[in-house]
Design a protein around this ligand. Structure first.
Ligand code: SAH
Length: 360
């Protein structure tokens, strides 16, 4: 079991950072949560927007088409998805993309996926699309060229670090072992120069407060910036989290659609934490990218034409009218996913504002 191995490691080498604990629990190649199974969907552990309604991926598809036009309809465009899950969103994107002649001939599709189990689900989902699809381990490995990059609920599962203010200094929050050999949170070493990684808005919080920062997000931004220096591109991320940095612990574990203890049975629950859109945007700008948004998921989908698409679907399948209305409600209502989930676009400087973001 992962738990036993992590405990042995802590006994030998000392406490683990939250980021290390998270990486092992999610991505251990044999026993990690994502490595072993397909956790997404109604009968599994959690559900995501593309699995709620096909309209989500279709509207992202329209975003992709407009982005290709904004990039000048290049002969070859890399359409890259980070963390494609079951491949559902890409399948809806590709179906929608047939609407614009030329796009599918231009598109070279690359999926970036850490989980072997999900890779095979993606191959199955996307086989019937007839599109040529490849996989890569990381963004840096994708051949250069103009690109459109998508990530839905990808950033939230990248490893994050947590720090606690103690006697005026920031200390790493760690996972250690308690008296009964159980995992417990513990105060680790002073962050030292890494204190600069704490969002500026949180740096002066008083003793006892907790701040999160997300080195995984920064790596993604750096990879985007490097890619877009070479050839223009646009990335769209949709995820959950606040528009401005907030104090507090947001790490959560979900198993079978229920919140469970974060340190309980690593590898058997999804671990995610809120994305900090302010920090993401600041990091992108510091790398010379243009950052647009964030925009609530509800506003994003509405501006992309959700209502018209829902009406058309309801008209062609009247027996599904109530179901479609419930799905739309779930995706857009401010008390459901509409506000907490946000869309942000990071792109090469000089491109027009992305669709849906231009009204800001
Ligand atoms: N986008 C999908 C899945 C979201 S779950 C949806 O909306 O349904 C997160 C996805 O990101 C999973 O496919 C997971 O395996 C993948 N993932 C997480 N971290 C990753 C990493 N560092 N590299 C590649 N894939 C990763």
């Amino acid at each position: 079991m992962i738990a036993d191995r992590l405990k042995a490691r802590i006994r030998e080498q000392g406490p683990l950072s939250i980021a290390n604990f998270m990486t092992e629990a999610l991505f251990d190649p044999v026993e990690g949560f994502y490595a072993t199974k397909d956790p997404i969907g109604a009968g599994s552990d959690f559900i995501t927007a593309p699995e709620i309604s096909q309209i989500f991926g279709e509207l992202v598809g329209l975003f992709v088409l407009q982005s290709w036009v904004d990039l000048g309809r290049p002969d070859q465009v890399r359409l890259i998805e980070l963390g494609p899950g079951r491949g559902t969103m890409m399948s809806d994107v590709l179906r929608t993309a047939r609407a614009l002649p030329g796009f599918l001939d231009s598109a070279r599709i690359t999926l970036i996926e850490a989980s072997a189990a999900l890779k095979s689900v993606q191959a199955q989902t996307l086989g019937p699309s007839g599109a040529q699809i490849g996989w890569a381990d990381r963004l840096e490995a994708v051949a250069p060229g103009p690109s459109i990059i998508l990530g839905n609920e990808f950033l939230d599962c990248l490893p994050l670090r947590q720090a606690i203010r103690h006697r005026g200094n920031w200390h790493e929050r760690m996972v250690a072992l308690g008296d009964d050999n159980e995992f417990v949170f513990a105060l680790g070493p002073d962050l030292g120069p890494d204190t600069d990684l704490i969002p500026p808005r949180l740096r002066d919080l008083p003793d006892g407060q907790l701040a999160e920062f997300r080195p995984g997000d920064l790596q993604v931004v750096e990879a985007l910036a490097a890619r877009f220096k070479d050839a223009p591109g646009r990335a769209l991320f949709i995820d959950y989290g606040p528009a401005t940095s907030e104090a507090g612990d947001t790490l959560q574990a979900i198993r079978a659609h229920e919140k469970v203890e974060v340190l309980d049975e690593p590898g058997t629950a999804d671990l995610t934490a809120r994305v900090n859109f302010e920090a993401l945007s600041a990091a992108a700008r510091a790398q010379g990218l243009d950052s647009q948004g964030p925009l609530g998921q509800g506003a994003f989908l509405n501006r992309m034409g959700l209502e018209a698409r829902a009406a058309a679907l309801s008209q062609s399948a009247p027996e599904k009218r109530a179901l479609i209305a419930r799905q739309v409600f779930r995706l857009t209502d401010p008390d459901q996913m509409g506000d907490l989930f946000k869309a942000i676009a990071l792109q090469s400087p000089g491109l027009p504002a992305p669709p849906a973001f231009s009204a800001d």
